[in-house]
Design a protein around this ligand. Structure first.
Ligand code: HEM
Length: 496
């Protein structure tokens, strides 16, 4: 008798789950919108940990070469748009509908959910306005001096570690060290060099970013594509150890500042301390939360900087190693600029003038944008066109790779050809066909900083060393990674 009840209950449960998922997974079909076939529970993210998110975005357009395609993040319907026109609509023209990202850590993880990348309005607008002055040309000019100083250390390290000692270079690690040294200064005003084997407090936090382990990949994927799971599992953006260390470092620097009140620092910490006075939060907000918001911005700055620039620099050297003609052109441009300037290192203005350098970086970012898609959530019902209405609460993604690899804009897109960008100018965004930094009001705040960081490193490395291939082409992506990360990437450095 009991056995019969158990069987009936099991059948009822099974039928309920089946009906529920049948209805859920017919969401796009019912609306006549092309969609990627979902699988039970995972929807379209069953690839997790076997292939990277980046690879999924790349393959999605091959399977669905349409203007938009429906996918399921678990059971959540999500629209992926794949044309520059729709990208413009979502990211800029109708921004009021798409001001926030869908990414979410758990609400108790303050560093994870209150930073500029993950934060929602009105906090986002408040913080963004306050931090933007960090990136004026004047500030960047000053930071470029330090980038150049660190790039010099980079050149020395290559000679000692990889040429003299004949070690194989792990490019991602090497560039993470370089970026980490620069961030230590731009965020905390600390001049240390892990490249020069100094004990860097920043490297303690950033060294974990070099490698994507299974667990780190899982955490990021749940935060970015399955926020409900991240909340239930109380997943944290940064490990507890790194978060505590970052907080300690931040407040130690603030305490030190109190001793030198007359000195005007130009780093992120000082910018954030002025934000503290102006932050408009609901009355009664715990002052501890305000402090957490400040540290969260430093965390976003570190993460945004290290993960992206180190991969982009690695891919750029890898492509240059396989393209000796382009490498020679770049070398000639740098050598000429150095001769003309009469200095052995190029300053901010001279680095900006390196046109061929800029188009080499652009082509690298076209082929290898660190984020495969841009993420927004629909805040109120939105009519995309006569056939598609996006419901409030549903995520909308822009498939960057669908646009960057579209033959219409980039013939033979698998080829690395800097000349594609010869007519590019800083003010021209190529009509949303080139969006490695995103677009619209939520465009990457560190775009100019990141570009300068890459120019400084490449100009000094290419001037001193010729690079040749050391690993097969193309490099595979790390399946555990949320952002694009090369699995093993290396070059041979040869002294000029
Ligand atoms: C190669 C270098 C970089 C690339 C390719 C890159 C790419 C991106 C992309 C695609 C976004 C999302 C934009 C959107 O959704 O429209 C973004 C946002 C962001 N990036 Fe970067 N980034 C780079 C360097 C940096 C650096 C150096 C920093 C810090 C100094 C930084 C900090 C941020 C922050 C804080 C956001 C969130 C902005 C907001 O929502 O208001 N990034 N980045």
């Amino acid at each position: 008798m009991i056995g019969n009840y158990v069987i009936c209950a099991a059948i009822a449960c099974f039928s309920f789950v089946w009906l529920w998922s049948y209805r859920k997974y017919n969401y796009w079909k019912d609306r006549g919108i092309p969609y990627d076939k979902p699988y039970f529970f995972f929807g379209n993210i069953g690839f997790i940990m076997r292939r990277s998110v980046w690879d999924y975005c790349f393959e999605l357009r091959k399977r669905h070469p349409t203007d938009y395609v429906g996918i399921f993040l678990g059971w959540k319907p999500t629209l992926m748009v794949q044309t520059p026109e729709l990208a413009r609509q979502i990211l800029k023209k109708d921004f009021e509908y798409f001001q926030d990202r869908s990414v979410n850590s758990n609400p108790t993880d303050h560093l994870g959910c209150l930073n500029l990348f993950t934060g929602n309005n009105p906090l986002w607008k408040n913080v963004r306005n306050e931090i933007t002055p960090m990136f004026t040309p004047l500030r960047l000019k000053a930071i470029t001096e330090l980038m150049n100083f660190n790039a010099k250390e980079l050149v020395v390290r290559v000679k000692q570690e990889y040429i003299n000692n004949k070690n194989t270079v792990n490019l991602k690690q090497l560039f993470s060290m370089y970026v980490s040294d620069t961030v230590a200064y731009s965020v905390f005003g600390i001049r240390v060099s892990v490249l020069n084997n100094q004990n860097s407090p920043l490297w303690y936090i950033t060294k974990h970013m070099v490698k994507w382990t299974f667990w780190r990949g899982f955490k990021f994927i749940s935060i970015f594509v399955l926020p409900a799971v991240a909340v239930v599992l109380r997943v944290q953006f940064f490990s507890e150890e790194a978060a505590n260390y970052l907080k300690m470092l931040f407040w130690n620097v603030v305490e030190e500042r109190k001793k030198t009140e007359n000195v005007h620092y130009k780093d992120l910490v000082s910018q954030l301390l002025s934000l503290r006075e102006k932050l408009e939060l609901p009355v009664g907000t715990d002052s501890k939360l305000v402090d957490e918001i400040l540290v969260a911005q430093a965390a976003a700055f570190i993460f945004g900087s290290v993960e992206t620039s180190s991969s982009a620099l690695s891919y750029c050297l890898h492509e240059l190693a396989y393209h000796p003609e382009e490498q020679a052109k770049l070398y000639n441009e740098i050598e000429m600029a150095v001769k003309e300037s009469g200095e052995d290192i190029l300053d901010y203005n001279k680095l900006l003038e390196l046109k061929y350098m800029t188009i080499c970086i652009n082509e690298t970012l076209r082929k290898y944008p660190p984020l495969g898609y841009l993420d927004r959530v629909c805040l109120k019902e939105y009519k995309l066109n006569d056939h598609v209405t996006i419901e409030k609460g549903n995520p909308v993604f822009v498939n960057v790779l669908a646009i960057h690899y579209n033959e219409k804009y980039y013939p033979e897109p698998m080829e690395w050809r800097p000349e594609r960008f010869s007519s590019y100018s800083e003010t021209d965004n190529f009509d949303y066909t080139f969006i490695p930094f995103g677009e619209g009001p939520r465009i990457c705040i560190g775009k100019r900083y990141g570009m300068m960081q890459m120019r400084a490193a490449l100009s000094q490395l290419i001037l001193k060393y010729k690079v040749e291939p050391a690993v097969p082409y193309p490099v595979t992506t790390d399946p555990n990674s949320y952002l694009l990360a090369p699995k093993n990437i290396s070059v041979k450095f040869i002294e000029r």
